[in-house]
Write a protein of this length. Structure first.
Length: 441
């Protein structure tokens, strides 16, 4: 049985360009790999190599200090520099630049595979931290910390394959092509967390992936694991919405998944965890969708982390017409890019190049007609139009009562607004004003 969540919208999915394209490896690897030191939401890692050093595939090149996540070479070659480079999250950031020697020589010092029957929570946390695994669905939070906090406090593990953003199909292809590995990883995590239930959640239009998982579950006879297809609705993939859909429980304002006795992991994260546990491999590659009406040959690719985005686009034949908007992530929550010099990160699931007809033009917002559509669409029960008026009045007392911290910037309000008012940015500005000015007494 599934439940529903409040609000949401129904943008055109536009996944047909890549949904039937299997994950393919790069025919030509880039000559230069850029590994940013900031690939984790809590800060930068510390370099372990310097210019001139030789590196091998899977060799550690940055370690976690007080912040950050471990990073590994995704190609073999020589460290050319540690310098500021464009970062997909914006601006420039220190990065380790590796000149690829095209030999793909592997590092021999990786740890031995673990026995899934003897796996302990301590081994799981240690191996995930060693592998540098962060949330690969876009959050980039340290996965080992989420596992440690969840142990003994959750009864449901949710593998998130909702992928509700339009255009993006990388997670879907990963589930379809590597379901055995994903189920193995999910079962291992669930045993360590002492979960009673494992739910693999995907949207109902991905029936061949659902069938593939169901066949494996029938053969394994594991009744604790379920594949749950859910009616397509954006933002199903958001943590709080997927928890409510699967369990009927609501995460309280300001709370986390643990408050609803759930742990949610993106499917790419689960795949990376099983790779680290049972193959002894760190996180060096990931699935990325390159798509959009401007792309010559949209594809799903399995790529080394650190690959320049420009190289991905060239692998797909470049642009067949001018792109009006280029972003990482889908059109609802993606980050616009000023150029393609930034690299693939651990949380980069797509490169989307949109033509002018594929997205709303950036025009000045009109006048609010008080239709209430933004209130009805907000899955977090916020009232963007009322927040906008309080922001215009600089009314901190009112803003402090609106639970602005619950906004997940999903974009439903901006998408549904007939006046094209940039309500997502409005709520973010209100939250920043409240943070700077403090709550009015």
């Amino acid at each position: 049985m599934t439940h529903s969540f409040f609000g949401g919208v129904y943008p055109a999915t536009r996944k047909e360009m890549t949904r039937r394209k299997p994950l393919a490896r790069l025919s030509v690897t880039p000559k230069e790999i850029i590994i940013p030191l900031v690939m984790c939401a809590d800060g930068p890692a510390t370099p372990m190599v310097g210019p001139g050093d030789s590196v091998l595939v899977g060799q550690p090149i940055a370690r976690r200090g007080q912040t950050g996540a471990a990073a590994f070479a995704s190609v073999s070659g020589r460290v050319a520099a540690i310098e500021d480079r464009p970062h997909p999250w914006g601006r420039r950031s220190p990065a380790i630049v590796i000149h690829n020697d095209d030999r793909s020589e592997h590092y021999e010092g990786r740890p031995a595979p673990l026995d899934p029957r003897q796996l302990t929570l301590e081994q799981l946390v240690e191996r995930v931290e060693w592998a540098g695994i962060v949330g690969m669905g876009g959050g980039a939070f340290p996965t080992w910390e989420k596992i440690a906090r969840s142990a003994g406090r959750v009864d449901t593990l949710i593998v998130n394959v909702a992928e509700c953003e339009p255009y993006v199909t990388a997670d879907y292809r990963l589930l379809l092509e590597r379901s055995e590995h994903i189920l193995r990883g999910a079962q291992a995590i669930a045993r360590c967390l002492r979960c009673e239930r494992v739910a693999v959640v995907t949207e109902g239009d991905k029936l061949n992936a659902v069938e593939a998982v169901e066949r494996r579950l029938r053969r394994s006879g594991n009744g604790r694991v379920q594949i749950i297809p859910v009616r397509t609705c954006y933002p199903l993939g958001a943590e709080k919405q997927i928890i409510q859909t699967v369990t009927g429980r609501e995460v309280p304002p300001g709370g986390t998944a643990i408050d609803a006795a759930c742990a949610v992991f993106n499917v790419a994260t689960v795949f990376a965890i099983q790779d680290a546990l049972f193959q002894g491999r760190p996180l060096t590659h990931r699935a990325v969708t390159i798509t959009g009406g401007a792309v010559t040959r949209p594809r799903n690719l399995w790529v080394p982390i650190g690959t320049p985005l420009r190289h991905l686009l060239e692998t797909c034949g470049g642009l067949k017409e001018e792109a009006d908007l280029i972003l990482t992530g889908g059109p609802m929550m993606g980050v616009p890019l000023p150029n393609l010099e930034a690299p693939v990160m651990k949380d980069t699931n797509s490169l989307v190049c949109l033509t002018e007809w594929e997205h709303k033009p950036d025009v000045p917002g009109g006048v609010c007609i008080r239709c209430g559509k933004c209130v009805g669409a907000c899955p977090m029960h916020l009232a963007p139009t009322i927040i906008r008026r309080a922001l215009e009045d600089q009314d901190l007392e009112k803003l402090s009562k609106f639970h602005l911290e619950d906004c997940n910037a999903c974009g439903c309000c901006s998408f549904i607004c007939p006046a094209q008012i940039p309500l997502v940015e409005t709520v973010a500005q209100a939250a920043n004003l409240l943070k700077r000015g403090g709550s009015a007494s």
